[in-house]
Design a protein around this ligand. Structure first.
Ligand SMILES: Nc1ncnc2c1ncn2[C@@H]1O[C@H](COP(=O)(O)OP(=O)(O)OP(=O)(O)O)[C@@H](O)[C@H]1O
Ligand SMILES: [Mg+2]
Length: 330
């Protein structure tokens, strides 16, 4: 049994099914991302794990113990949600002290030592006497994180903790959260709808769609062997085409250019070239008018003098082609 077990969880809001028989097993110390489009049930699932929402059916086990009926306050969790909900009338230091004094009932000097320790960990020592309104979004979110980990929780639950931040801060905080999570080896479940965030941070990713789990796997498994066309399409860029009644899929970077005199699988006319630094993404049009995306090195684009309206000849190596039948990977 995993350190956190989600077993047959279902949840409806009126006639709307938010979760349909969800099963997940998470190991101690893992960081697992729940990834999926808006409305697929991510927040509902993490709220049920937190004990902030009750499921209609199913069980939640924490460290082998059935916690399904246990209130959130008894679950030993650190929670950080998108809206930071810091106490506006308390300093950074005060915000962290509050939980330590109230929840853990630590004596003042012990709480103070702990607060300073976590503030150092999230690199906020120099801002400890500021009020939330005097902090940047990233600093506020780090304060919320510090407040959550100060309580030495068994589980850290994060619901889109970075989504309110600008791109640069988000990337920086990703790395910091991951580092802190590793250092504390705290079992962490993080909701995101940002695939790059999930791919870079997670030990494993739970991909959800329409209230169900589509796939659970490591970032590499999910990227290289997407279990369903939905996952293939949702994560990274994917070309789909039909061959002999099967749905085939290949990633833009796995298509090779061939010479027109060689053997090739398809030809395409270049509609546009999207320079992305070392790589260029070719938007091509197949003879049947379908779009195809091919990523090749920008150097090769220059060497071959490729431009709009050039013809290209494509090879799709069998090993790189994924085939789906009736919605599942063959
Ligand atoms: N309190 C509620 N009352 C009624 N319907 C709800 C409630 N909470 C969620 N839902 C519905 O349940 C479904 C799942 O919602 P949820 O908030 O879990 O999605 P999400 O994956 O977190 O989406 P987002 O990425 O937009 O945050 C949605 O269709 C939503 O409208
Ligand atoms: Mg949500």
């Amino acid at each position: 049994m995993g350190f956190l077990e989600v077993e047959n969880i279902t949840k409806k809001f009126g006639r709307q099914t938010a979760l349909d028989d969800i099963n997940v097993s998470i190991e101690r110390g893992e960081l697992v991302c729940i990834l999926g489009p808006s409305g697929c049930g991510k927040t509902t699932l993490i709220r049920i794990i937190a004990g902030l929402e009750t499921a209609d059916g199913g069980r939640i086990y924490m460290d082998g113990r059935d916690c399904t009926e246990l209130p959130a306050s008894k679950r030993n969790l650190g929670i950080v949600f998108q809206s930071y909900a810091l106490f506006p009338n308390m300093t950074v230091h005060g915000n962290i002290m509050f939980g330590l004094r109230q929840k853990k009932e630590l004596p003042r000097d012990e709480a103070n030592a702990k607060a300073l320790e976590v503030l150092r960990l999230v690199d906020l020592l120099e801002h400890k006497d500021k009020y939330p309104r005097q902090l940047s979004g990233g600093q506020q979110q780090r304060t919320a994180l510090a407040r959550a980990i100060a309580l030495s929780p068994d589980y850290l639950l994060l619901d889109e903790p970075l989504s309110a931040l600008d791109a640069k801060v988000r990337v920086k905080l990703r790395g910091e959260i991951r580092k802190i999570q590793r250092a504390l080896s705290v079992t962490t479940v993080m909701v995101t709808h940002d695939q790059e965030e999930a791919l870079t941070m997670a030990d494993r990713i739970i991909v959800m769609n329409n209230a169900v789990v589509e796939q659970i796997g490591t970032p590499r498994e999910i990227y290289n062997h997407p279990a369903t066309p939905f996952v293939a399409n949702f994560i990274g860029m994917m070309n789909f085409y039909e061959r002999e009644g099967e749905v085939c899929a290949i990633r833009p970077e796995n298509i090779a250019l061939a010479d027109r005199r060689d053997v090739y699988d398809a030809s395409a006319k270049i509609q546009s070239l999207e320079f992305k630094g070392p790589l260029t993404r070719i938007h091509g049009i197949l003879p049947g008018a379908e779009e195809i995306f091919v990523d090749i090195s920008s150097e090769a684009v220059d060497n071959l003098s490729l431009r709009e309206n050039s013809m290209i000849f494509l090879r799709m190596p069998e090993d790189n082609v994924m085939k789906y039948s009736e919605g599942s990977l063959i």
